[in-house]
Each structure stands twice: as structure tokens, then as C-alpha cells.
Design a protein around this ligand. Structure first.
Ligand SMILES: Cc1cc2nc3c(=O)[nH]c(=O)nc-3n(C[C@H](O)[C@H](O)[C@H](O)COP(=O)(O)O)c2cc1C
Length: 483
């Protein structure tokens, strides 16, 4: 598979084309130091053979915040060095931290915006990025990623809603790009030409009057001209449409742009691929081959492979899927794709992040703070001798499924659904032996089956398959043509 082939990123070579994008874990304390929980989380990605690990957003400055890693002082370096060493001991992954500067937010709802920054504050931010990048190199990281996405400082300069009216003027593309240019130049000065510097920015802001593909193509081109070594794309996650919760600081993933950033189960798979493809084609046509990372609801190995073979992206990023199962790559290498614990995009992880709680996965056994480790010496869940006995009934347009409990160390059941002649896709993972499909449409016809899984992602064989037809409700004469 091309997905599993090495890829060159500046002066580093990642062992394959799978990247885990930055995901805040809330495992660090408010002190910002690396601790054992953090190390355990990232070691699992390396043991699972992820090509490039991007460590969660790590602050370049001292501003107060909830639990967040930091590289804002020299005394943070030792912890990062230990993290890098243990990740490298565990597997072949390359590892870079995502370095971030953010503005102040208060519980009252007040937030600092970039037009409040004096020139000397801007100089300070540029310096802070340079120093943090140098500390990352000292800690032994393989490179760094500049966080220029979502609601944070560098992204706010790039924004089409940048309110500045000076050399960083939000009304011109060059004005919006000036801050990133300064940061990139200072970082290069501090780390040298041979240290990979990647960037994460928004392919689309997904807010009213925000920018979309035409601007992000040009922003990416400038980043390539400035010598970035990879471009990782995200969407949305802005303050402008965030919903204020009384007494809590504003969280930039609560509005529509937040939905777009971490698309939930209501979105189709791969909703952002056209953006990566558009940006890659644009920079390639201008003679740059900087690797482009596509992220957003990618979990199926065949989809990931198609993305790279069709040239729509160079690297495939998976955040929530790799949180759920950090051994995804290893299982694909071993041709054991059925053993992957599939993300259902329920966004429980996002809610935990929002509430500053330790980020775990709904699919893990209760109480686990890290992904379970597969135990091949134990039997996978089994159906009773009489079979799974999957049955369906239809009530008020809802398809209700029930089945017999499987035996073994059962953590839950994946429910699969296919429309007539379509392929089966997971629609839900449930803890008990029943499920109500509230999104069935009359007149379509569905096929269902379920599989039990244990806490390590090992699955039972499929249950019996059942076919369900629900009628189109009668509304009287509507004049609709018959299919
Ligand atoms: C719990 C959580 C924390 C996240 N933290 C970060 C972060 O620190 N930096 C960042 O750029 N994106 C962050 N993201 C966004 C993800 O990197 C990713 O872009 C998003 O989840 C969509 O990818 P996916 O569909 O593969 O999950 C976070 C997402 C989640 C769910």
C-alpha cells in the first residue's frame, strides 16, 4: 500500500503516510510539564507505528490556561526530552510538537483580540515562537509544527476577519500573511535549515465572512515560498461563532465552525478532502511539492489509501480514529483491519476537552485513561450456540433492533447498516444488546448486522443479517412521481 510507504518531510523521513494531528489530552497538569500520563499516550502511537506524531498544542508563552503542555521556559525541555526518548524506544514514529500562542480569554466572556496588540507585543510573540522552536530542537524532536489554525493568535492574523489596519492589515492578503512570515523567519533563524518546520492552518474558516479555498490556496503557496516542510490542514474552530456558557471561558469549538472542525456522526466521511486536493493541486502547479496533510473523519483504510494513490493528499491525518485505536497502522500492516476499533465520531472526546477533563474515548472500557492493549492470548467475544438472534421491529418510523448478548469479555457492540445494494458502515457502537435507528427513511430498505467487541477491539464474527423495509408514510396525494 502506498499509505504504508515512507514519505520525505524536509530533512526527515517518516516511516509511512499516517499522521496523528495534535490533540489536547488534558493529561498534563496546569504546571505544563510532561508527566507519565502524557508519555503513555504518545508511546502508544509509536508502538502502533503511526508515521508522524504531532504532540498536542504546547504553549510558547506563560499565559495562564487550563492543563496544557509548555515549552515557554528552559526547564520544560527535560520532560520533552524524556517523552521523545520513550516514544523512539517504543517504535519507528517521528515526533514533533505543535507550538501555539493564544490570546487571553476571561470567564466574563471578554477576550483579547489581535488588534489590541502593540508592535512590541507582536515582537514578543515572534521571539517566543523562535525560542520554543529552539527548545524543541534541544529536546530531540524531529521538527516542529506552527499552530496557525483555529482560534489562536497566528490564525487570527491570517483570518479574513483580521481587524488590524496597519502593516498587518486584515483587508489585504499580504497584511494578513505578515505575522506568519515574521514567525517563520525567526523560527528558521533559531533552528536552522535542516530542522523540519511544518504548519497547521485552516483550509476554510467556516464562519460568516471567513475565508475559504481561494484564499487558503494562496496562503499555502506563501507558506511553501517561505520554506515550510509540510502543510497540515484543518477547518473552523473559531471564537467568532462560539457559544458563551455562563461562567466559563469561551471555547472555540461550540459553534458551527466547531462542528466543522471535528465533524460528528451527522457528517459524511472525508468531508474536507476537496480542500486538501484543491490546495495540493494549486501549490504543485506553482512548482512546490511540500507534503499536504488531509484531516477530517478519515478512518477507513481503503479511503486513506485512495486519498494518497489518487494524489488528493500526500499524508493522511486521523485524530479521533487514532485516539480510539492507536494501533490502526500496525493492524493495517498485519492485514487485520477487522481488529481496528472504529471511531464512531460521537465527540465524547471533544466534550471532555471542552470541560478540561482528561480526554479519553467512549469506546474504551469504563475507567480506562489510555487505549486498551490487544491481548491475542484471550478469545474474542462469541455468540451463543443458537446465534446472535438479531431481530428488528418498526415503530413510528424507528427501526428497533435487539439481539442476544455475546459471551467473553464484551465491551460493546458495533451496529452496521447498509442501504439496499450499498456497503455496510458502522452507524453506532452501543454498550447493551439493543439499538434504535432513528435515522431510517421510509421506502429505502436497510440491512443490519452487529458484531460484539472486547475492550481491546477484538470482534466476534458478524451476527445474522436482517433486512428491514419501512413504508413511506401516507400523507394523501402529494403528486410525487413514482420511482
Ligand atoms: C479532543 C481533541 C483535542 C484537539 N486538540 C487539538 C490541538 O491541540 N491542536 C489542533 O490543531 N487540533 C486539535 N484538535 C483537532 C484535531 O487535530 C482534528 O483536526 C479534528 O479532530 C478532525 O480530525 P478527525 O476527524 O480525524 O478527528 C483536537 C481534536 C479533539 C477531538
Amino acid at each position: 500500500m502506498k499509505l504504508l510507504e515512507p514519505v520525505r518531510i524536509g530533512t526527515m523521513t517518516a516511516p509511512n503516510r499516517v499522521l496523528v494531528p495534535a490533540m489536547v489530552t488534558r493529561l498534563s497538569g496546569e504546571d505544563g510539564f510532561v508527566n507519565q500520563g502524557i508519555i503513555d499516550r504518545y508511546v502508544r502511537y509509536s508502538a502502533g507505528h503511526v508515521g508522524l506524531i504531532v504532540v498536542e498544542a504546547t504553549a510558547v508563552h506563560e499565559s495562564k490556561s487550563g492543563p496544557l503542555l509548555r515549552l515557554s521556559r528552559d526547564d520544560f525541555v527535560a520532560g520533552h526530552r524524556d517523552l521523545v526518548r520513550q516514544v523512539k524506544d517504543a517504535g519507528p514514529s517521528k515526533i514533533v510538537p505543535q507550538i501555539i500562542h493564544f490570546m487571553k480569554v476571561a470567564r466574563s466572556g471578554w477576550r483579547q483580540t489581535i488588534d489590541m496588540l502593540e508592535e512590541r507585543d507582536i515582537d514578543g510573540i515572534v521571539e517566543a515562537f523562535g525560542s520554543a522552536a529552539a527548545r524543541a530542537r534541544e529536546a530531540g524532536y524531529d521538527g516542529i509544527e506552527l499552530h496557525s489554525a483555529h482560534a489562536y493568535t497566528l490564525s487570527s492574523f491570517l483570518s479574513r476577519r483580521n481587524p488590524r489596519r496597519d502593516a498587518y492589515d486584515g483587508r489585504t492578503l499580504e497584511g494578513r500573511l505578515r505575522m506568519f512570515g515574521r514567525v517563520m523567519a525567526r523560527v528558521r533563524q533559531m533552528v536552522g535549515k535542516d530542522f523540519p518546520v511544518g504548519v497547521r492552518f485552516l483550509a476554510e474558516e467556516a464562519i460568516k465572512d471567513g475565508y475559504a479555498l481561494p484564499d487558503s490556496q494562496r496562503i499555502a503557496l506563501r507558506m511553501a515560498q517561505l520554506g515550510v516542510d509540510y502543510i497540515s490542514l484543518s477547518v473552523g474552530g473559531k471564537f467568532e461563532d462560539a457559544v458563551q456558557k455562563e461562567g466559563s471561558p469561551l471555547y472555540p469549538y461550540t459553534g458551527y465552525s466547531g462542528d466543522r472542525c471535528m465533524p460528528g456522526e451527522q457528517y459524511p466521511p472525508l468531508p474536507h478532502v476537496h480542500l486538501a486536493a484543491g490546495i495540493k493541486a494549486y501549490i504543485n502547479s506553482h512548482g512546490f511539492d511540500v507534503p499536504v496533510v488531509s484531516v477530517g473523519k478519515i478512518s477507513d483504510p481503503a479511503d486513506a489509501e485512495r486519498l494518497v494513490t489518487e494524489g488528493r493528499a500526500d499524508i493522511v491525518g486521523m485524530a479521533r480514529q487514532l485516539l480510539a485505536d492507536p494501533a490502526w497502522v500496525r493492524k493495517v500492516e498485519e492485514k487485520r483491519e477487522d481488529a481496528i476499533l472504529r471511531c464512531i465520531y460521537c465527540n465524547v472526546c471533544k466534550q471532555l476537552d471542552e470541560n478540561f477533563k482528561l480526554v479519553s474515548c467512549f469506546l474504551w472500557p469504563k475507567g480506562f485513561t489510555q487505549a486498551p492493549i490487544e491481548d491475542l492470548s484471550k478469545d474474542a467475544p462469541r455468540w451463543p450456540a443458537t446465534g446472535a438472534g438479531l431481530k428488528a421491529s418498526v415503530e413510528d418510523g424507528v427501526v428497533k433492533l435487539v439481539w442476544s448478548r455475546a459471551s467473553g469479555d464484551v465491551a460493546g457492540y458495533d451496529v452496521f447498516r447498509a442501504e439496499a445494494d450499498g456497503t455496510s458502515k458502522i452507524v453506532e457502537a452501543v454498550k447493551g444488546a439493543k439499538f434504535a435507528d432513528k435515522l431510517a427513511l421510509g421506502g429505502v430498505g436497510y440491512t443490519y448486522h452487529v458484531m460484539a467487541y472486547d475492550g481491546t477491539g477484538r470482534h466476534s464474527p458478524p451476527s445474522n443479517v436482517i433486512h428491514v423495509e419501512t413504508p413511506v408514510p401516507a400523507f394523501g396525494e402529494t403528486g410525487a412521481a413514482h420511482a
